[in-house]
Design a protein around this ligand. Structure first.
Ligand code: EPU
Length: 418
């Protein structure tokens, strides 16, 4: 298993181009199953999760081709086997996103039920209940969700709690349903809006994405389009924190500051000087130590759970005490004991961690447990004195394109050890 070796202590300086958003491209790839003709996508990040989704589409009979310049062409007109097997689903929970589109397009789908994961139990009951409300018959058999529907019918659905992929699955299913669907209490994440824009470009009638209610008027068919995926707000936030923690100065291009307002506000509170333009963010820490910040993770537009580990790492070396509460996932503090091995001082009380900032961390051998926890450890290592070896780094390849190259461009001392 690959490891990352990082020698910390260098203020990061330079320019980085932000990649397409992992959590936008995955539902869009799944939604391409709804199209009768070829879809062409631009700004597709080269990530393990993207290649897993490509394998999933191919395993069903779809044709997925990489094009020059980081694009993908997807032809799913020959999908014969609407099945997402256990072996693929167990490596990527987002495979559940094929449930809605396949049911709507083919009338039948079998998706392996994702088990628990490192950050929480993550049930999919809201996806299943919503599809039932649209008229599907759903059974759990041999570890698979088996759903069938001759024709889905529009319905009024109030989601019990906010779910990102659940909202996306129901939105996709409803595009080809008969009549009107109203989804209430939906996720407002930018990736939900990007999926709605993609569906509308294909001929769907989705309105209200980005608000708490989405309305979908069913149409007969959807056609392939050319579409450019939004930039990755979590990658953007991660490089900004990297510069803030090391007292550096970075310029991020090809991004969108409007996607991460809550994160930018917290960085300013931590003492970062920000210059914000339409697709560019410059952060200057002017060599200062960050000030501790407190926050509670919550659905968009509040502070994202996917940035919690990175800010935990920043608070670890910040001036003062920061209080972090996690409300989305019940077990998303696996980076805490690893950061403690590097000298961080935490007190955990249920879903809250009180961080007492220390003057500096020291390098150590640590273990990555999930994607964003790995990002938190990489940031801690960049700021720490001496060498850190991060084990099980495959987690980071699921969500950060070319992370070593990008960090090296900023002057970091980082290498991958086989
Ligand atoms: N939940 C239920 N029942 C459901 C669905 C969700 O109880 O049927 C619960 C979950 O257990 C969780 C909460 O609702 O406690 C929110 O989960 P949500 O469904 O919103 O998460 P997700 O759709 O599985 C997406 C992202 C995650 C991100 C979360 C929250 C994708 C592919 N994944 O997951 O991204 O953390 O939304 O914003 O979009 C990551 O990129 O590292 C990552 C984990």
């Amino acid at each position: 298993m690959d490891k990352l070796r990082i020698v910390g202590g260098t203020p990061l300086r330079g320019k980085v181009r932000i990649s397409g958003a992992k959590n936008a491209v995955l539902p869009i790839l799944a939604a391409s199953l709804l199209a009768d003709t070829e879809v062409s996508l631009q700004r597709v990040p080269q990530l393990k999760d993207v290649s897993t989704m490509m394998s999933l589409l191919s395993s069903m009979g779809g044709k997925v081709t990489l094009t020059d310049g980081g694009g993908l062409e997807i032809d799913t007109s020959s999908v014969m086997l609407p099945v997402a097997e256990y072996d693929l689903v167990k490596t990527m929970r987002a495979s559940i996103l094929v449930l809605g589109p396949l049911l709507a397009k083919v009338g039948e789908v079998k998706v392996s039920l994702p088990g628990g994961c490192a950050i929480g139990a993550r049930p999919v009951n809201l996806h299943v209940d919503g599809l039932k409300a649209l008229g599907a018959e759903v059974h759990i058999e041999n570890g698979y969700i088996h759903a069938t529907a001759r024709k889905l019918r529009g319905a009024h659905i109030l989601l019990d709690s906010i779910t990102v992929t659940g909202t996306q699955n129901l939105m996709m299913a409803a595009t080809l349903a008969e009549g009107k669907t109203v989804l209430e209490n939906v996720a407002r994440e930018p990736e939900v809006v990007d999926l709605a824009n993609f569906l509308n470009a294909m001929g769907a009638k989705v309105s209200g994405a980005g608000s708490t209610t989405i309305t979908i008027e069913g149409v007969r068919s959807l056609q392939g389009v050319r579409y450019r995926v939004i930039p990755d707000r979590i990658e953007t936030g991660t490089y900004l924190v990297a510069a803030a923690m090391t007292g550096g100065h970075v310029e991020l291009i090809d991004t969108d500051p409007l996607l991460l307002e809550s994160v930018l506000l917290k960085l300013e509170e931590a003492g970062a000087k920000l210059q914000i333009e339409e697709s560019r963010i410059v952060l200057d820490m002017e060599g200062r130590r960050p000030k501790a910040v407190s926050f509670t993770t919550a659905p968009h537009p509040a502070f994202p759970t996917d940035m919690q580990a990175q800010f935990m790492a920043m608070n670890a070396i910040a001036d003062g005490i920061g209080v972090i509460s996690e409300t989305i996932f019940e077990n998303r503090f696996m980076h805490v004991p690893e950061l403690q091995r590097m000298g961080a001082e935490f007190q955990m009380e249920g879903h809250t961690v009180v961080v007492q900032g220390v003057e500096g961390l020291t390098g150590a051998r640590v273990m990555a447990t999930d994607l964003r926890a790995s990002a938190g450890l990489v940031l801690a290592a960049l700021a720490a004195k001496g060498e850190t070896i991060i084990d099980r780094i495959y987690h980071i390849d699921r969500g950060y394109e070319a992370i070593e190259e990008k960090l090296m461009q900023l002057g970091a001392e980082i290498e991958r050890l086989p």
